[in-house]
Design a protein around this ligand. Structure first.
Ligand code: OXD
Ligand code: MN
Length: 605
Protein backbone atom coordinates (compact mmCIF):
# COMPACT_ATOMS: atom_id res chain seq x y z
CA UNK A 1 0.00 0.00 0.00
CA UNK A 2 1.43 3.44 -0.91
CA UNK A 3 2.25 5.52 2.14
CA UNK A 4 -0.27 8.18 3.08
CA UNK A 5 0.49 11.81 2.24
CA UNK A 6 -0.39 14.50 4.79
CA UNK A 7 -4.01 15.53 4.50
CA UNK A 8 -5.15 12.38 2.72
CA UNK A 9 -8.12 10.45 3.99
CA UNK A 10 -7.22 8.06 6.82
CA UNK A 11 -10.50 6.49 7.83
CA UNK A 12 -12.73 3.87 6.26
CA UNK A 13 -15.72 4.40 8.58
CA UNK A 14 -18.63 4.77 6.16
CA UNK A 15 -20.70 7.04 8.43
CA UNK A 16 -17.75 9.42 8.67
CA UNK A 17 -16.99 9.33 4.94
CA UNK A 18 -20.63 9.88 3.96
CA UNK A 19 -21.17 12.76 6.35
CA UNK A 20 -17.93 14.52 5.38
CA UNK A 21 -18.79 14.10 1.70
CA UNK A 22 -22.23 15.68 2.21
CA UNK A 23 -20.69 18.66 3.98
CA UNK A 24 -18.07 18.95 1.25
CA UNK A 25 -20.81 19.13 -1.36
CA UNK A 26 -22.53 21.82 0.70
CA UNK A 27 -19.51 24.02 1.47
CA UNK A 28 -17.58 23.32 -1.75
CA UNK A 29 -14.04 23.79 -0.43
CA UNK A 30 -11.21 23.65 -2.96
CA UNK A 31 -9.52 21.00 -0.87
CA UNK A 32 -10.30 18.60 1.99
CA UNK A 33 -7.49 18.06 4.49
CA UNK A 34 -7.93 15.02 6.76
CA UNK A 35 -6.06 15.71 10.02
CA UNK A 36 -4.23 12.85 11.71
CA UNK A 37 -2.86 14.66 14.77
CA UNK A 38 0.81 13.90 13.99
CA UNK A 39 3.81 16.12 14.76
CA UNK A 40 4.62 16.31 11.08
CA UNK A 41 1.14 17.60 10.35
CA UNK A 42 1.41 20.17 13.13
CA UNK A 43 4.66 21.46 11.63
CA UNK A 44 3.19 21.74 8.15
CA UNK A 45 -0.05 23.44 9.28
CA UNK A 46 1.84 25.85 11.53
CA UNK A 47 4.23 26.81 8.74
CA UNK A 48 1.22 27.39 6.46
CA UNK A 49 -0.51 29.56 9.08
CA UNK A 50 2.66 31.60 9.61
CA UNK A 51 3.21 32.14 5.90
CA UNK A 52 -0.39 33.38 5.55
CA UNK A 53 0.00 35.75 8.53
CA UNK A 54 -2.67 33.90 10.57
CA UNK A 55 -0.05 33.09 13.20
CA UNK A 56 2.94 35.22 14.14
CA UNK A 57 5.98 33.29 15.28
CA UNK A 58 7.28 34.55 18.64
CA UNK A 59 10.96 34.63 19.63
CA UNK A 60 11.58 30.89 19.56
CA UNK A 61 14.37 31.05 22.14
CA UNK A 62 12.08 32.63 24.72
CA UNK A 63 8.86 31.00 23.54
CA UNK A 64 9.63 27.65 21.85
CA UNK A 65 6.76 26.50 19.66
CA UNK A 66 4.64 29.57 20.58
CA UNK A 67 2.64 31.81 18.26
CA UNK A 68 0.35 34.81 18.41
CA UNK A 69 -2.98 35.05 16.66
CA UNK A 70 -5.05 38.22 16.32
CA UNK A 71 -8.77 37.73 15.92
CA UNK A 72 -11.18 40.00 14.15
CA UNK A 73 -11.87 42.84 16.66
CA UNK A 74 -15.59 41.99 16.67
CA UNK A 75 -14.84 38.36 17.53
CA UNK A 76 -13.21 38.27 20.94
CA UNK A 77 -15.64 36.45 23.24
CA UNK A 78 -18.50 33.97 23.36
CA UNK A 79 -21.64 35.33 21.69
CA UNK A 80 -24.41 34.16 24.02
CA UNK A 81 -27.13 36.14 22.23
CA UNK A 82 -26.27 34.27 19.01
CA UNK A 83 -26.08 30.83 20.64
CA UNK A 84 -29.10 28.58 20.06
CA UNK A 85 -30.41 25.29 21.34
CA UNK A 86 -32.45 23.81 18.50
CA UNK A 87 -34.44 21.13 20.28
CA UNK A 88 -37.79 20.00 18.81
CA UNK A 89 -39.78 22.27 21.14
CA UNK A 90 -39.05 25.62 22.76
CA UNK A 91 -39.98 24.22 26.18
CA UNK A 92 -37.13 21.71 25.94
CA UNK A 93 -34.61 24.53 25.50
CA UNK A 94 -36.29 26.45 28.32
CA UNK A 95 -36.42 30.14 29.15
CA UNK A 96 -32.68 30.61 29.70
CA UNK A 97 -31.68 29.53 26.16
CA UNK A 98 -32.29 31.01 22.73
CA UNK A 99 -34.35 28.51 20.80
CA UNK A 100 -34.97 28.01 17.10
CA UNK A 101 -36.97 25.36 15.29
CA UNK A 102 -34.43 22.73 14.11
CA UNK A 103 -35.78 22.40 10.56
CA UNK A 104 -35.84 26.15 10.04
CA UNK A 105 -32.41 26.65 11.57
CA UNK A 106 -30.86 23.87 9.46
CA UNK A 107 -32.33 25.54 6.37
CA UNK A 108 -31.00 28.95 7.32
CA UNK A 109 -27.54 27.65 8.21
CA UNK A 110 -27.27 25.44 5.16
CA UNK A 111 -28.05 28.46 3.01
CA UNK A 112 -25.25 30.36 4.76
CA UNK A 113 -22.78 27.46 4.37
CA UNK A 114 -23.68 26.83 0.73
CA UNK A 115 -20.43 27.36 -1.18
CA UNK A 116 -18.95 29.12 1.86
CA UNK A 117 -15.60 27.31 1.59
CA UNK A 118 -14.98 28.04 -2.07
CA UNK A 119 -11.31 28.91 -2.52
CA UNK A 120 -10.59 27.51 0.95
CA UNK A 121 -9.51 24.26 2.62
CA UNK A 122 -11.87 22.18 4.73
CA UNK A 123 -9.98 20.58 7.63
CA UNK A 124 -11.48 17.33 8.94
CA UNK A 125 -10.67 17.19 12.63
CA UNK A 126 -11.40 13.92 14.42
CA UNK A 127 -11.19 14.43 18.17
CA UNK A 128 -11.69 12.55 21.37
CA UNK A 129 -13.05 14.17 24.51
CA UNK A 130 -11.70 12.17 27.46
CA UNK A 131 -9.07 9.45 27.82
CA UNK A 132 -8.83 6.79 25.11
CA UNK A 133 -10.83 3.74 26.18
CA UNK A 134 -12.91 5.47 28.84
CA UNK A 135 -16.61 4.62 28.78
CA UNK A 136 -17.19 8.30 29.59
CA UNK A 137 -15.25 9.61 26.56
CA UNK A 138 -16.99 10.88 23.42
CA UNK A 139 -15.88 11.35 19.82
CA UNK A 140 -16.50 14.39 17.66
CA UNK A 141 -15.53 15.38 14.15
CA UNK A 142 -15.24 19.07 13.39
CA UNK A 143 -15.08 20.37 9.84
CA UNK A 144 -13.63 23.85 9.68
CA UNK A 145 -12.14 26.27 7.19
CA UNK A 146 -9.99 27.87 9.91
CA UNK A 147 -6.42 26.66 10.24
CA UNK A 148 -6.29 28.47 13.61
CA UNK A 149 -9.21 26.33 14.79
CA UNK A 150 -7.51 23.18 13.46
CA UNK A 151 -4.29 23.97 15.34
CA UNK A 152 -6.14 24.97 18.50
CA UNK A 153 -8.26 21.79 18.46
CA UNK A 154 -4.99 19.88 18.34
CA UNK A 155 -4.06 21.45 21.67
CA UNK A 156 -7.46 21.41 23.36
CA UNK A 157 -8.56 17.86 22.46
CA UNK A 158 -7.02 14.48 21.83
CA UNK A 159 -7.06 15.14 18.11
CA UNK A 160 -6.24 12.68 15.35
CA UNK A 161 -6.44 8.97 14.63
CA UNK A 162 -6.94 8.18 18.31
CA UNK A 163 -10.52 9.46 17.90
CA UNK A 164 -11.15 6.90 15.16
CA UNK A 165 -9.73 4.22 17.48
CA UNK A 166 -12.34 5.10 20.10
CA UNK A 167 -15.09 5.28 17.45
CA UNK A 168 -14.25 1.75 16.30
CA UNK A 169 -16.36 1.75 13.14
CA UNK A 170 -19.54 3.07 14.81
CA UNK A 171 -21.44 6.16 13.78
CA UNK A 172 -21.72 7.54 17.30
CA UNK A 173 -19.85 10.83 16.83
CA UNK A 174 -20.71 14.48 17.17
CA UNK A 175 -21.10 16.16 13.81
CA UNK A 176 -19.65 19.65 13.95
CA UNK A 177 -19.52 22.09 11.04
CA UNK A 178 -17.69 25.38 11.42
CA UNK A 179 -17.58 28.01 8.69
CA UNK A 180 -15.77 31.29 9.24
CA UNK A 181 -17.83 33.10 6.58
CA UNK A 182 -16.69 36.72 6.75
CA UNK A 183 -16.59 36.80 10.60
CA UNK A 184 -19.44 39.28 10.54
CA UNK A 185 -21.50 39.52 13.75
CA UNK A 186 -24.68 39.83 11.72
CA UNK A 187 -23.98 36.42 10.16
CA UNK A 188 -22.83 34.70 13.35
CA UNK A 189 -24.70 31.74 14.88
CA UNK A 190 -23.66 28.97 17.22
CA UNK A 191 -26.34 26.32 16.98
CA UNK A 192 -26.79 23.03 18.79
CA UNK A 193 -29.07 20.21 17.76
CA UNK A 194 -28.87 17.92 20.82
CA UNK A 195 -31.23 15.27 19.44
CA UNK A 196 -28.96 14.90 16.36
CA UNK A 197 -25.64 15.22 18.22
CA UNK A 198 -24.88 18.04 15.77
CA UNK A 199 -23.37 21.52 16.01
CA UNK A 200 -23.20 24.19 13.33
CA UNK A 201 -21.21 27.33 14.09
CA UNK A 202 -20.78 30.15 11.59
CA UNK A 203 -19.23 33.59 11.52
CA UNK A 204 -16.86 33.37 14.51
CA UNK A 205 -13.43 31.91 15.15
CA UNK A 206 -13.40 32.67 18.90
CA UNK A 207 -12.55 29.62 21.06
CA UNK A 208 -15.85 29.11 22.86
CA UNK A 209 -17.78 29.59 19.60
CA UNK A 210 -15.49 27.70 17.25
CA UNK A 211 -13.50 25.02 19.12
CA UNK A 212 -16.57 22.83 19.06
CA UNK A 213 -15.29 20.18 21.48
CA UNK A 214 -15.28 22.61 24.38
CA UNK A 215 -18.45 24.54 25.24
CA UNK A 216 -20.60 23.21 22.39
CA UNK A 217 -20.00 19.47 22.71
CA UNK A 218 -18.51 19.01 26.19
CA UNK A 219 -21.14 21.20 27.88
CA UNK A 220 -24.25 22.01 25.83
CA UNK A 221 -24.63 18.73 23.93
CA UNK A 222 -23.07 16.61 26.70
CA UNK A 223 -25.35 18.07 29.40
CA UNK A 224 -28.31 16.92 27.32
CA UNK A 225 -26.76 13.44 26.78
CA UNK A 226 -25.86 13.21 30.45
CA UNK A 227 -29.46 13.70 31.47
CA UNK A 228 -30.63 10.93 29.13
CA UNK A 229 -27.88 8.58 30.28
CA UNK A 230 -27.63 9.29 34.02
CA UNK A 231 -24.41 11.28 34.33
CA UNK A 232 -23.39 14.93 34.66
CA UNK A 233 -21.55 17.31 32.30
CA UNK A 234 -20.50 20.33 34.32
CA UNK A 235 -18.58 23.61 34.00
CA UNK A 236 -16.13 22.55 36.71
CA UNK A 237 -12.44 22.30 37.36
CA UNK A 238 -11.16 19.12 38.97
CA UNK A 239 -8.22 19.07 41.36
CA UNK A 240 -6.59 16.62 43.72
CA UNK A 241 -5.15 17.63 47.09
CA UNK A 242 -2.34 15.45 48.38
CA UNK A 243 -1.51 15.59 52.08
CA UNK A 244 2.01 15.06 53.45
CA UNK A 245 0.89 11.53 54.36
CA UNK A 246 0.00 10.85 50.71
CA UNK A 247 -3.81 10.97 51.13
CA UNK A 248 -5.42 12.25 47.90
CA UNK A 249 -8.80 13.97 47.94
CA UNK A 250 -10.44 15.18 44.73
CA UNK A 251 -12.79 18.11 44.44
CA UNK A 252 -14.70 19.66 41.52
CA UNK A 253 -15.56 23.35 41.48
CA UNK A 254 -17.99 25.37 39.38
CA UNK A 255 -17.20 29.07 39.00
CA UNK A 256 -18.50 31.18 36.12
CA UNK A 257 -16.18 32.07 33.23
CA UNK A 258 -13.11 34.12 34.15
CA UNK A 259 -13.64 33.75 37.93
CA UNK A 260 -10.42 31.88 38.63
CA UNK A 261 -11.07 28.21 37.81
CA UNK A 262 -7.69 27.92 36.11
CA UNK A 263 -5.93 29.62 39.05
CA UNK A 264 -7.70 27.39 41.60
CA UNK A 265 -6.97 24.23 39.59
CA UNK A 266 -3.26 25.18 39.62
CA UNK A 267 -3.05 26.42 43.20
CA UNK A 268 0.33 26.40 44.94
CA UNK A 269 -0.10 26.10 48.73
CA UNK A 270 1.53 28.77 50.96
CA UNK A 271 4.97 27.94 52.36
CA UNK A 272 3.84 26.61 55.72
CA UNK A 273 1.67 23.93 54.03
CA UNK A 274 4.88 21.99 53.75
CA UNK A 275 4.37 18.66 51.99
CA UNK A 276 0.89 19.53 50.67
CA UNK A 277 0.44 19.45 46.92
CA UNK A 278 -2.40 20.34 44.55
CA UNK A 279 -2.68 18.35 41.30
CA UNK A 280 -4.66 19.59 38.31
CA UNK A 281 -7.02 17.14 36.65
CA UNK A 282 -8.90 19.79 34.65
CA UNK A 283 -9.53 23.53 34.69
CA UNK A 284 -12.90 23.98 32.99
CA UNK A 285 -15.06 20.92 32.39
CA UNK A 286 -15.94 17.77 34.37
CA UNK A 287 -17.88 14.74 33.14
CA UNK A 288 -19.03 12.79 36.19
CA UNK A 289 -20.77 9.48 36.69
CA UNK A 290 -21.60 7.45 39.80
CA UNK A 291 -19.30 4.46 40.24
CA UNK A 292 -20.15 0.99 41.55
CA UNK A 293 -18.96 2.04 45.03
CA UNK A 294 -21.61 4.79 45.24
CA UNK A 295 -19.15 7.64 44.76
CA UNK A 296 -19.15 10.17 41.93
CA UNK A 297 -16.24 9.76 39.47
CA UNK A 298 -15.00 12.55 37.20
CA UNK A 299 -12.92 12.83 34.05
CA UNK A 300 -11.65 15.97 32.37
CA UNK A 301 -12.69 15.61 28.73
CA UNK A 302 -10.17 18.21 27.56
CA UNK A 303 -6.51 17.94 26.65
CA UNK A 304 -5.39 21.56 27.13
CA UNK A 305 -6.12 24.87 28.79
CA UNK A 306 -7.81 27.83 27.14
CA UNK A 307 -7.06 30.34 29.88
CA UNK A 308 -7.55 34.07 30.31
CA UNK A 309 -4.13 35.76 30.01
CA UNK A 310 -4.38 39.24 31.62
CA UNK A 311 -3.47 39.17 35.29
CA UNK A 312 -1.46 35.94 34.92
CA UNK A 313 2.11 36.30 36.19
CA UNK A 314 4.76 34.36 38.09
CA UNK A 315 3.17 35.39 41.38
CA UNK A 316 -0.54 34.93 40.64
CA UNK A 317 -0.19 31.63 38.76
CA UNK A 318 3.34 30.32 38.16
CA UNK A 319 1.92 27.00 36.95
CA UNK A 320 -0.08 28.73 34.19
CA UNK A 321 3.09 30.64 33.25
CA UNK A 322 4.87 27.30 32.88
CA UNK A 323 1.94 25.87 30.91
CA UNK A 324 2.15 28.68 28.35
CA UNK A 325 5.94 28.66 28.12
CA UNK A 326 6.01 26.38 25.05
CA UNK A 327 3.80 25.08 22.21
CA UNK A 328 1.13 27.66 23.01
CA UNK A 329 -1.14 29.76 20.83
CA UNK A 330 -1.77 33.21 22.31
CA UNK A 331 -4.79 35.10 21.02
CA UNK A 332 -5.14 38.88 21.27
CA UNK A 333 -2.21 39.70 23.53
CA UNK A 334 0.29 42.48 22.67
CA UNK A 335 3.50 41.91 20.70
CA UNK A 336 6.80 43.65 21.51
CA UNK A 337 9.34 44.65 18.84
CA UNK A 338 11.57 41.72 19.85
CA UNK A 339 8.74 39.21 19.31
CA UNK A 340 7.90 38.81 22.96
CA UNK A 341 4.31 38.95 24.24
CA UNK A 342 2.87 41.31 26.81
CA UNK A 343 -0.42 41.75 28.65
CA UNK A 344 -1.77 43.82 31.51
CA UNK A 345 -0.71 42.21 34.78
CA UNK A 346 2.35 40.41 33.37
CA UNK A 347 5.48 40.57 35.58
CA UNK A 348 7.67 43.62 35.17
CA UNK A 349 6.97 47.06 33.75
CA UNK A 350 5.10 47.46 30.45
CA UNK A 351 7.30 47.68 27.35
CA UNK A 352 8.03 51.23 26.23
CA UNK A 353 6.43 50.36 22.90
CA UNK A 354 4.58 47.41 21.42
CA UNK A 355 1.78 46.48 19.05
CA UNK A 356 -1.60 46.06 20.73
CA UNK A 357 -4.03 43.18 20.24
CA UNK A 358 -5.55 44.89 17.21
CA UNK A 359 -2.15 45.34 15.55
CA UNK A 360 -1.88 49.10 16.30
CA UNK A 361 1.14 50.82 17.91
CA UNK A 362 0.85 51.07 21.70
CA UNK A 363 2.83 52.83 24.47
CA UNK A 364 2.19 53.01 28.22
CA UNK A 365 0.60 56.42 27.54
CA UNK A 366 -2.09 54.84 25.32
CA UNK A 367 -5.51 54.90 26.90
CA UNK A 368 -6.63 51.49 25.58
CA UNK A 369 -5.39 48.19 26.92
CA UNK A 370 -2.53 46.55 25.05
CA UNK A 371 -4.02 43.05 25.42
CA UNK A 372 -7.74 42.37 25.14
CA UNK A 373 -9.24 41.66 28.62
CA UNK A 374 -10.39 38.28 27.27
CA UNK A 375 -7.11 37.48 25.52
CA UNK A 376 -6.32 33.78 25.88
CA UNK A 377 -3.63 31.14 25.83
CA UNK A 378 -4.23 27.65 24.45
CA UNK A 379 -1.64 25.31 25.96
CA UNK A 380 -1.33 21.51 26.09
CA UNK A 381 -2.09 20.09 29.53
CA UNK A 382 1.10 18.07 29.37
CA UNK A 383 2.98 21.37 29.90
CA UNK A 384 1.53 21.51 33.43
CA UNK A 385 4.14 20.48 36.02
CA UNK A 386 1.28 19.75 38.45
CA UNK A 387 -0.72 17.62 36.01
CA UNK A 388 -2.42 14.85 37.96
CA UNK A 389 -1.06 11.38 37.19
CA UNK A 390 -4.74 10.34 37.15
CA UNK A 391 -5.64 12.53 34.17
CA UNK A 392 -5.72 9.56 31.80
CA UNK A 393 -7.45 7.21 34.23
CA UNK A 394 -10.35 5.83 32.22
CA UNK A 395 -12.48 5.48 35.36
CA UNK A 396 -11.91 9.07 36.48
CA UNK A 397 -11.21 10.27 40.02
CA UNK A 398 -13.60 10.01 43.00
CA UNK A 399 -15.04 13.41 43.90
CA UNK A 400 -15.34 14.16 47.64
CA UNK A 401 -16.54 17.76 47.36
CA UNK A 402 -18.32 19.96 44.86
CA UNK A 403 -17.61 23.65 45.32
CA UNK A 404 -19.79 26.40 43.91
CA UNK A 405 -18.58 29.98 43.79
CA UNK A 406 -19.02 33.32 42.16
CA UNK A 407 -17.56 36.78 41.99
CA UNK A 408 -19.49 38.72 44.62
CA UNK A 409 -18.38 42.00 46.20
CA UNK A 410 -20.84 41.48 49.07
CA UNK A 411 -23.36 39.04 50.60
CA UNK A 412 -21.50 35.77 50.07
CA UNK A 413 -19.13 34.54 52.80
CA UNK A 414 -15.70 33.18 52.03
CA UNK A 415 -16.90 29.62 52.62
CA UNK A 416 -19.83 27.61 53.89
CA UNK A 417 -21.04 24.06 53.54
CA UNK A 418 -24.51 22.93 52.51
CA UNK A 419 -26.49 20.94 55.10
CA UNK A 420 -27.05 18.14 52.59
CA UNK A 421 -27.21 17.34 48.84
CA UNK A 422 -30.56 18.99 48.16
CA UNK A 423 -29.53 22.13 50.01
CA UNK A 424 -26.32 22.08 47.97
CA UNK A 425 -28.32 21.83 44.74
CA UNK A 426 -30.25 24.91 45.88
CA UNK A 427 -26.99 26.78 46.58
CA UNK A 428 -25.73 25.89 43.10
CA UNK A 429 -29.04 26.72 41.44
CA UNK A 430 -29.13 30.20 42.97
CA UNK A 431 -25.48 31.06 42.32
CA UNK A 432 -24.87 34.64 41.25
CA UNK A 433 -21.77 36.31 39.89
CA UNK A 434 -20.57 39.58 38.44
CA UNK A 435 -20.21 39.28 34.66
CA UNK A 436 -16.73 39.23 33.07
CA UNK A 437 -15.16 39.81 29.66
CA UNK A 438 -15.44 36.12 28.70
CA UNK A 439 -18.82 36.82 27.14
CA UNK A 440 -19.82 39.76 25.00
CA UNK A 441 -21.88 42.33 26.97
CA UNK A 442 -21.70 44.49 30.09
CA UNK A 443 -19.00 43.60 32.63
CA UNK A 444 -19.53 43.69 36.41
CA UNK A 445 -23.29 43.16 36.76
CA UNK A 446 -24.51 40.40 39.11
CA UNK A 447 -26.37 37.80 37.12
CA UNK A 448 -27.74 34.45 38.27
CA UNK A 449 -25.55 31.73 36.84
CA UNK A 450 -26.79 28.39 38.19
CA UNK A 451 -23.93 25.92 38.63
CA UNK A 452 -21.99 28.31 36.29
CA UNK A 453 -24.01 26.65 33.52
CA UNK A 454 -26.32 29.48 32.44
CA UNK A 455 -24.59 29.84 29.03
CA UNK A 456 -23.85 26.13 28.72
CA UNK A 457 -26.88 24.07 29.72
CA UNK A 458 -28.22 22.41 26.57
CA UNK A 459 -31.79 22.07 27.81
CA UNK A 460 -34.41 23.44 30.17
CA UNK A 461 -32.81 24.80 33.36
CA UNK A 462 -35.65 23.50 35.56
CA UNK A 463 -35.18 20.00 34.14
CA UNK A 464 -31.44 20.38 34.77
CA UNK A 465 -32.11 21.15 38.46
CA UNK A 466 -34.40 18.11 38.58
CA UNK A 467 -31.59 16.02 37.10
CA UNK A 468 -29.22 17.23 39.84
CA UNK A 469 -31.78 16.30 42.49
CA UNK A 470 -32.36 12.89 40.89
CA UNK A 471 -28.63 12.07 40.75
CA UNK A 472 -28.70 11.72 44.54
CA UNK A 473 -30.54 8.40 44.15
CA UNK A 474 -27.57 6.94 42.29
CA UNK A 475 -24.94 7.83 44.88
CA UNK A 476 -24.62 6.22 48.26
CA UNK A 477 -21.70 8.49 49.07
CA UNK A 478 -22.39 11.76 47.25
CA UNK A 479 -19.84 14.58 47.35
CA UNK A 480 -20.33 17.20 50.07
CA UNK A 481 -21.32 20.58 48.63
CA UNK A 482 -19.71 23.95 49.50
CA UNK A 483 -19.93 27.58 48.40
CA UNK A 484 -16.94 29.95 48.26
CA UNK A 485 -16.42 33.61 47.37
CA UNK A 486 -12.86 34.90 46.97
CA UNK A 487 -14.05 38.33 45.84
CA UNK A 488 -15.81 39.93 48.83
CA UNK A 489 -14.79 43.57 49.34
CA UNK A 490 -14.56 45.79 52.41
CA UNK A 491 -16.04 49.28 52.84
CA UNK A 492 -13.15 50.82 50.94
CA UNK A 493 -13.59 48.51 47.94
CA UNK A 494 -10.55 46.30 48.72
CA UNK A 495 -10.70 42.51 48.57
CA UNK A 496 -11.00 41.15 52.13
CA UNK A 497 -9.37 37.80 51.40
CA UNK A 498 -5.99 37.63 49.58
CA UNK A 499 -7.06 34.68 47.40
CA UNK A 500 -4.67 32.72 45.13
CA UNK A 501 -2.38 30.41 47.19
CA UNK A 502 -4.16 31.35 50.43
CA UNK A 503 -7.29 29.69 49.08
CA UNK A 504 -5.49 26.50 50.16
CA UNK A 505 -6.63 27.36 53.70
CA UNK A 506 -10.25 27.17 52.57
CA UNK A 507 -9.57 24.05 50.55
CA UNK A 508 -7.97 22.41 53.58
CA UNK A 509 -11.08 23.04 55.70
CA UNK A 510 -13.22 21.62 52.90
CA UNK A 511 -11.24 18.41 52.58
CA UNK A 512 -10.99 18.09 56.37
CA UNK A 513 -14.80 18.33 56.49
CA UNK A 514 -15.08 15.65 53.80
CA UNK A 515 -12.67 13.40 55.66
CA UNK A 516 -14.43 13.90 59.01
CA UNK A 517 -11.63 15.94 60.59
CA UNK A 518 -12.95 19.52 60.93
CA UNK A 519 -15.74 20.97 63.01
CA UNK A 520 -18.33 23.27 61.57
CA UNK A 521 -20.61 25.75 63.23
CA UNK A 522 -24.22 25.65 62.16
CA UNK A 523 -25.40 29.00 60.79
CA UNK A 524 -28.45 30.22 58.89
CA UNK A 525 -26.62 29.64 55.59
CA UNK A 526 -25.00 26.30 56.31
CA UNK A 527 -21.93 24.97 58.15
CA UNK A 528 -19.09 27.45 58.61
CA UNK A 529 -15.54 26.89 59.86
CA UNK A 530 -14.88 27.38 63.54
CA UNK A 531 -12.61 30.38 63.41
CA UNK A 532 -10.17 29.00 65.96
CA UNK A 533 -9.51 25.86 63.94
CA UNK A 534 -9.20 27.59 60.55
CA UNK A 535 -5.54 27.65 59.51
CA UNK A 536 -4.32 31.27 59.40
CA UNK A 537 -0.70 30.54 60.25
CA UNK A 538 1.81 32.66 58.37
CA UNK A 539 -0.77 35.29 57.39
CA UNK A 540 -0.19 38.97 58.26
CA UNK A 541 -1.58 40.47 61.48
CA UNK A 542 -5.31 41.07 61.40
CA UNK A 543 -6.01 37.87 59.45
CA UNK A 544 -8.52 36.63 62.06
CA UNK A 545 -10.50 39.88 61.86
CA UNK A 546 -10.41 39.72 58.09
CA UNK A 547 -11.67 36.16 58.14
CA UNK A 548 -14.48 37.20 60.43
CA UNK A 549 -15.38 40.05 58.07
CA UNK A 550 -15.27 37.66 55.12
CA UNK A 551 -17.68 35.27 56.88
CA UNK A 552 -20.17 37.90 58.05
CA UNK A 553 -23.85 37.35 57.29
CA UNK A 554 -25.39 40.76 56.63
CA UNK A 555 -29.15 40.50 56.88
CA UNK A 556 -29.97 43.43 54.60
CA UNK A 557 -27.77 41.89 51.89
CA UNK A 558 -29.46 38.53 52.30
CA UNK A 559 -32.92 40.09 52.04
CA UNK A 560 -31.89 41.52 48.67
CA UNK A 561 -30.32 38.20 47.71
CA UNK A 562 -33.56 36.34 48.44
CA UNK A 563 -35.43 38.83 46.26
CA UNK A 564 -32.97 38.38 43.42
CA UNK A 565 -33.22 34.60 43.71
CA UNK A 566 -36.98 34.96 43.58
CA UNK A 567 -36.80 37.02 40.38
CA UNK A 568 -34.65 34.36 38.82
CA UNK A 569 -36.96 31.53 39.84
CA UNK A 570 -39.90 33.53 38.43
CA UNK A 571 -38.02 33.84 35.14
CA UNK A 572 -37.84 30.04 34.98
CA UNK A 573 -41.63 30.07 34.65
CA UNK A 574 -42.81 27.30 36.91
CA UNK A 575 -40.03 24.90 35.90
CA UNK A 576 -38.22 25.14 39.26
CA UNK A 577 -38.53 21.86 41.19
CA UNK A 578 -40.62 22.27 44.34
CA UNK A 579 -37.75 20.92 46.41
CA UNK A 580 -35.76 24.06 45.56
CA UNK A 581 -38.67 26.40 46.30
CA UNK A 582 -38.89 24.72 49.68
CA UNK A 583 -35.17 25.25 50.29
CA UNK A 584 -35.68 28.96 49.61
CA UNK A 585 -38.51 29.06 52.16
CA UNK A 586 -36.33 27.31 54.73
CA UNK A 587 -33.50 29.78 54.19
CA UNK A 588 -35.90 32.72 54.41
CA UNK A 589 -37.29 31.44 57.71
CA UNK A 590 -33.84 30.81 59.17
CA UNK A 591 -32.83 34.36 58.25
CA UNK A 592 -36.02 35.78 59.67
CA UNK A 593 -35.42 33.97 62.97
CA UNK A 594 -31.94 35.47 62.98
CA UNK A 595 -33.40 38.94 62.59
CA UNK A 596 -35.85 38.59 65.48
CA UNK A 597 -34.87 40.71 68.41
CA UNK A 598 -31.79 42.01 66.63
CA UNK A 599 -31.04 45.52 65.51
CA UNK A 600 -31.49 46.08 61.79
CA UNK A 601 -28.22 45.53 59.96
CA UNK A 602 -25.60 42.95 60.24
CA UNK A 603 -24.38 40.36 62.66
CA UNK A 604 -20.99 38.76 62.85
CA UNK A 605 -21.13 35.00 62.99
C1 OXD B 1 -14.19 29.58 28.92
C2 OXD B 1 -15.45 30.24 29.31
O1 OXD B 1 -13.54 29.99 27.94
O2 OXD B 1 -16.09 29.76 30.25
O3 OXD B 1 -13.83 28.59 29.57
O4 OXD B 1 -15.83 31.24 28.68
MN1 MN C 1 -15.27 27.98 31.02
Amino acid sequence: MPSRQLGEVLVSNKAVLDWVERQRQLCQPDRVFWCDGSEEEKKALTAGAVSRGILIELDQKKWPGCHLHRSHPSDVARAEHLTYICSPTEAEAGPTNNWADPAQMYKRLHAMCDGAMRGRTMYVIPYLMGPLGSPLSRVGIELTDSIYVALSMRIMTRMGSTAYDQLAGLDDFNRGLHCMLDVDPSRRFICHFPQDNTIISVGSAYGGNALLGKKCLALRIASWMARQEGWMAEHMLILGVESPAGERTYVAAAFPSACGKTNFAMLIPPAHFNGWKVWTVGDDIAWMKPGADGRLYAINPENGYFGVVPGTNWKSNPTAMQCMSRDTIFTNVALTPDLDVWWEGKDGPPPSECVDWKGAPWTPASKDKAAHPNSRFAAPMTNNPALSPEVNNIHGVPISAIIFGGRRADTMPLVYQAFNWIHGVYIGATMGSETTAAAAGAVGEVRRDPMAMLPFCGYNMGAYFQHWIAMRQHMQRPPRIFHVNWFRKDGSGKFIWPGFGDNMRVLKWIIDRCNGRAHGDETELGWMPRLEEFDLEGMPDGAAQRLEAAQRIVLSEWRRELDLQDHFFTKLKGDVPKELLLQRELLASRLSMMSQGMPEGDRAV
